[in-house]
Write a protein that binds this ligand. Structure first.
Ligand code: ADP
Ligand code: MG
Length: 685
């Protein structure tokens, strides 16, 4: 890069900057406002200001910690002030010129009765304009050995030389429509803005570009998903909805009906459905999914439901089995045929597996429920019409695609209990349509939630003891351990031992952790389900996503280290039976922010509100936790800006509708940019 020595190029490389383009996009993280230029006589203490002065004299003194303190007296016709800097011993004092006008910017303080600038920025006055003073001055993130002054000066040259030559990838019509600066201007103003308003417009333009790349990527993916028009047309909803509803002991909530209506419409179209069904724990997704499976069945097709663990698959098989027990009577009146449900998991014997696989292949099994084994085994379906994936954040895009490939162009429904804030639903899940169940069935008792300090632990234990005496059970979640699975295991083992030996010697305490094999985990979970264990200690990484209606207490250690959405997930593990349930949040931290966050969980039982709050507080990467990939790293945009995301989504939809492959000449640059963005993210296949 011209004008940048090789030593500095090496340092820039550490910031991920290898090309001029990288440098142009390496934008400042803030600006200092030094636009208030005044005569010295009108300076006010404690606010950023600039003066145009001459250096009257310079004094250099050595400080106790062997630095140089350089003090300058500065004046203009209206008066005099001072400035000082600390420098290393090899500082050359001639750097500060006398006899020429210089601009000095900083926040003066009164010291010994004199207005004094501590460590101000300064530069020699030039008619072409200032870089470090008297304007909105960029501040860049630095790395060891790079100094702000050098980077700012280099950046000023690079921006002036190269930004005007950048070719804008956005068609002018689109820029006009969305009131966007052109790219060269945006880059210049982003670094060296002429006004706050231009800085804002520049930031908006760069954010727009980033969000547009995301949207074009996901919408192209979406377009591909629904391109084929050979999906089975499952239009037997009429024959299912009413008779099935009549067998339920309750009526569906408005939200369930809304989601179901969207699914019913999708299933009846020859384009494959690709829909996300989100709803808080206990919002009743299973009924909706079961209805969809029955519609497929009534239309002559099989369905498959994949769950992330064996125990969850079994639970689904039981629930669904119960729900469809009498469906044969109204589906096929007089035929004495029943709806068949098959459960395929890793723990079936070879023979059982072969038998089931054969029955699925010749169409004798109507609804197939299972785990990963569904993709691992050579399972073929006679007529697969609908694929349902539960708890999607455990399955990758590739696994979903493999399951889909078991049918011709089956419809896909992905279910999640982690509420996804709207902005994320429109971006990283932007390839899916979204249905939301945002209402709980009536009559649910809210889970009493209390935030406790560490000194209140004995009370919490006493409370658990009382609940166990009344025949109930409790979960204890160990603090999140970032270091490693090994450290986490050690901490969980110690906690388990302590609780069993010192606190609850009279009760049976079980342990669940991430290092256990799947069948060991299932065994512990089952023992807890059967009531053979009174307390289950679990590490945070193990999602205990399973129904234990008898469990009424969820105690979470180190609650301040979890995201709000995650705390809410844990809380959803209790309150599944008739008994009043409790969630106890133990926090070592007394920091006001932590307490305020936990108080939000105490007050709020709405998973969506907590998820939005979490996203706002911690950003999207943290929101999904360590295991989630596919959250693009953004430099200019945030995934919190609903209004902008909605606007960009509309723009991208219009583009893709008109030119799905972005193949027209005016979209060539845009297509290249979108590919480059997603290549960097390495997610979108
Ligand atoms: P989710 O899978 O969304 O967490 P489930 O489908 O397991 O929730 O439903 C939780 C419980 O609520 C189940 O016992 C179910 O029978 C019950 N349920 C579902 N829908 C309703 C409704 N509309 N009214 C009353 N109870 C319902
Ligand atoms: Mg569920």
């Amino acid at each position: 890069m011209r004008g940048i020595g090789s030593a500095n190029a090496g340092k820039l490389a550490r910031l991920g900057i290898a090309t001029i383009e990288d440098l142009l996009y390496f934008v400042p993280h803030r600006h200092l406002d030094y636009r208030d230029v005044r005569p010295v006589g009108e300076l006010e203490p404690d606010r950023p200001q600039t003066v145009l002065v001459q250096v009257w004299n310079v004094q250099v003194a050595t400080t106790r910690n062997r630095l140089l303190r350089i003090t300058a007296t500065l004046n203009d016709p209206s008066g005099a002030c001072q400035a000082f800097w600390f420098r290393a011993r090899d500082y050359i004092s001639a750097e500060l010129p006398t006899g020429v006008p210089i601009l000095v910017s900083g926040t003066p303080e009164v010291q010994n009765g004199i207005l004094t600038f501590p460590d101000p920025d300064w530069e020699v006055y030039r008619v072409e304009g200032a870089v470090h003073t008297a304007r909105l001055v960029p501040v860049y993130h630095l790395t060891a050995g790079l100094n702000q002054r050098w980077l700012r000066r280099s950046m000023q040259r690079v921006v002036a030389d190269y930004a005007p030559r950048v070719v804008d990838h956005l068609p002018a019509s689109l820029r006009d429509q969305h009131h966007l600066l052109d790219l060269p201007r945006a880059l210049m103003q982003r670094h060296f803005p002429e006004s706050e308003s231009l800085l804002e417009q520049a930031t908006r333009r760069l954010a727009f570009d980033e969000l547009l790349a995301i949207q074009l990527g996901v919408l192209q993916q979406r377009h591909q998903w629904r391109c084929p028009s050979d999906a089975p047309v499952l239009e037997a909803a009429e024959r299912v909805l009413k008779p099935f509803a009549d067998t339920l002991p309750f009526s569906l909530t408005g939200a369930q009906q809304g989601a179901l209506a969207e699914i019913v419409a999708d299933l009846a179209r020859p384009q494959p459905m690709h829909r996300l069904l989100q709803g808080d724990v206990g919002s009743g997704k299973t009924i909706v999914a079961t209805t969809a499976m029955l519609i497929a069945l009534a239309s002559g097709y099989q369905s498959v439901l994949m769950a992330p663990t064996e125990i969850l698959a079994e639970q689904h098989a039981r629930t669904v089995g119960r729900l469809v027990e009498r469906a044969g009577e109204w589906l096929w009146p007089g035929r004495r045929r029943q709806v068949t449900v098959g459960l395929l998991t890793g723990s079936l014997s070879r023979g059982e597996k072969e038998e089931l696989v054969a029955a699925v292949a010749d169409g004798a099994v109507d609804l197939v429920i299972g785990t990963h084994a569904l993709i691992q085994e050579p399972v073929r379906f006679a007529r697969l019409g609908l694929v349902i994936v539960d708890e999607q954040h455990r399955f990758g895009v590739a696994q979903r695609a493999r399951l889909r490939s078991k049918g011709e162009s089956p419809h896909t429904l992905v279910m999640t209990a982690t509420p996804i804030p709207r902005t994320l639903a429109l971006t990283i899940y932007g390839d899916l349509d979204v249905s939301t169940i945002d209402e709980l069935p009536p009559g649910r008792q809210p889970i009493v939630t209390r935030c406790l300090g560490p000194y209140e632990r004995p009370r919490a234990y006493q409370f658990i003891r009382q609940q166990i005496q009344q025949g109930r059970q409790a979960f204890v979640i160990c603090p999140l351990v970032e270091e490693s699975a090994k450290v986490e295991l050690r901490a969980a083992t110690a906690e388990h031992e302590r609780l069993q030996r010192d606190v609850f010697p009279e009760h049976r305490v079980g342990l669940l952790h991430g290092r256990m094999k799947a069948d060991e985990k299932d065994a512990v979970m089952r023992a807890f389900q059967r009531g053979e264990l009174h307390i289950l200690v679990s590490t945070a990484v193990v999602e205990v996503g399973v129904d234990v209606p008898n469990a009424t207490v969820m105690l979470i250690e180190g609650a301040d280290r979890f995201g709000l959405a995650q705390l809410h997930q844990f809380r959803g593990r209790v309150g599944r039976g008739a008994q009043q349930s409790y969630c106890l949040l133990v926090s070592e931290s007394r920091a006001p922010e932590s307490l305020e966050r936990l108080a939000t969980v105490e007050r709020t039982h709405d998973g969506f509100r907590l998820a939005e709050e979490d996203l706002r507080l911690r950003g999207p990467g943290e929101f999904f936790g360590r295991r989630q990939s596919g959250v693009p790293e953004l430099r200019h945009a945030t995934l919190n800006d609903v209004q902008m995301i909605t606007e960009v989504r509309a723009a991208a939809t219009a583009l893709i509708d008109g030119d799905p492959d972005l193949a027209s000449p005016e979209h060539r640059l845009l297509a290249a940019r979108t590919r480059a963005f997603w290549r960097g993210e390495g997610e979108l296949s």
